[in-house]
Design a protein around this ligand. Structure first.
Ligand code: HEM
Length: 416
């Protein structure tokens, strides 16, 4: 359906780049593959399955900020027809959550969600600090007798403990919720297989039942938690109780989905960058003021989400390429972060850089949870360099074979 005729050789080359991206080597280091993609397409190239792949930082940034590009919302997904990935029940469910809405609906729902202002972050800080200390104690205990899997012991635990506590979810539910978030992510992946979509659908059905129950419970016994607050906000906006409850359900569901894997990946990537090079540990220990910049450079260097999608509101020209209304742009932000037109020596990890990045998207969909993700990452990093002796990487971590949502499956460390 692309508006540009793709020469078959170029299409074959892109297909081959994508199969390489899914291999263990491609996952460990996708950046040379992105560089090839950029060299082939000059910042925007037709995707073999339709739509376009954008690797230019400037163009990704421009698209995210422009009202000419929309989220693939419910109506767009319906227009793609039945028996496509967009008609899967998990895809339809996700299309009703905040990041898949377009204005004016998005504007109202985002306002009702509220945000993580300074006061909220300040209130959450002591608890995040306590959880980090406890988790690092566990790491130290393991290290005394051998190696420790930092991903399992820390990166997977801190986000669910933070958001689970904030939403006042019983801690006994956290492990199952975390598992379900890993399962549902396929529906948001670049090219999910039928069996992956089936896993997403099953996970989403369980999550739906869980969060609808939660909303009913909080309506019966309201408290001071965000879900109870969202019920009060929606009751003032929406006279129909069932619709209000559903709106709160979609918000609570998405906050959980958005907060867990992304933050875990940030924490693991940051820890990996730290333990891979002893000079980085020494630098931070000597200059702890660099902690926030180290986190931002991690978000640039290897962001948790490598692809963000938008569709054209109408036919237009993007960087001289004709894009039709409804065609999809895959903004390859992981690649855009290494665009030499944006960052000098982009393959160099430089914690002094204070980089512009698109890890939290941009424009009206800018990540609502960015202050919380930053709080968790900065607290963890500060505590690591003060509470732990220098650590070293035991083996190259394995990764989930995904393209859009990065995930380290383990991060085995030992005392240096
Ligand atoms: C490092 C961690 C995180 C990363 C990399 C990340 C990334 C993103 C990205 C890329 C988007 C925009 C998607 C788009 O433009 O289509 C987004 C949106 C969103 N994120 Fe995050 N996120 C992170 C953590 C969190 C946390 C901790 C929360 C909540 C507690 C959260 C809540 C949201 C919400 C509600 C949206 C939708 C905003 C909207 O559409 O208006 N995120 N996030």
């Amino acid at each position: 359906m692309g508006s540009v005729t793709t020469p078959s050789a170029a299409r074959r080359a892109t297909v081959s780049l994508f199969s390489r991206l899914r291999t263990a080597e491609g996952q460990a280091d996708p950046f040379p593959i992105y560089a090839e993609l950029r060299a082939q397409g000059g910042g925007i190239s037709p995707a073999p399955w339709g739509g376009f792949l954008v690797t230019s930082f400037h163009t990704c940034d421009q698209v995210l900020r422009s009202s000419a590009w929309l989220e693939p919302d419910t109506r767009w997904r319906e227009r793609q027809g039945e028996r496509t990935r967009w008609s899967a029940s998990s895809s339809r469910e996700i299309s009703r959550t905040l990041p898949a809405l377009n204005p004016p609906e998005h504007t109202a729902v985002r306002r009702a969600a509220g945000n993580f202002d300074r006061a909220t972050i300040d209130r959450m800080t002591p608890r995040v600090d306590r959880v980090v200390e406890r988790l690092l104690d566990t790491v130290m205990e393991r290290l005394h007798t051998g190696e420790a899997d930092f991903a399992a012991l820390v990166s997977e635990e801190l986000p669910v403990a933070t958001v689970g506590d904030w939403l006042a979810l019983p801690s006994a539910d956290w492990p199952r919720l975390r598992e379900l978030t890993h399962e549902q992510v396929f529906t948001q992946e670049l090219l999910p297989s039928a069996s992956q979509l089936a896993r997403s659908d099953a996970a989403m059905a369980e999550l739906r039942a869980y969060f609808l129950d939660l909303v009913r419970e909080r309506r019966a016994r309201p408290g001071e938690d965000p879900v109870s607050r969202w019920i009060r906000t929606w009751d003032a906006m929406e006279p129909d109780r069932d619709k209000a409850d559903e709106a709160v359900y979609f918000l609570a569901l998405f906050v959980l989905l958005a907060a867990l894997e992304t933050t875990s990946t940030l924490l693991s990537t940051m820890a990996l960058l730290l333990v891979e090079h002893p000079d980085r540990w020494n630098l931070l220990a000597a200059q702890p003021d660099l902690v926030p910049a180290f986190v931002e450079e991690t978000l640039r260097y290897d962001p948790p989400t490598h692809v963000i999608s938008r569709v054209g509101a109408q036919d237009c020209l993007l960087d001289g390429v004709e894009v039709r209304a409804d065609e999809m742009l895959h903004l390859m932000v992981g690649a855009a972060h290494r665009d030499p037109a944006q960052h000098s020596r982009p393959d160099l990890f430089d914690p002094h850089r204070k980089p512009a990045h698109l890890a939290f998207s941009g424009g009206i969909h800018y990540c609502l949870g960015a202050p919380l993700a930053r709080l968790e990452a900065q607290t963890l990093l500060r505590r690591m360099i003060t509470l732990l002796p220098p650590l070293t990487l035991v083996r190259t971590p394995s990764r989930a074979p995904r393209v859009a949502f990065r995930r380290l499956l383990n991060l085995d460390v030992a005392l240096a």
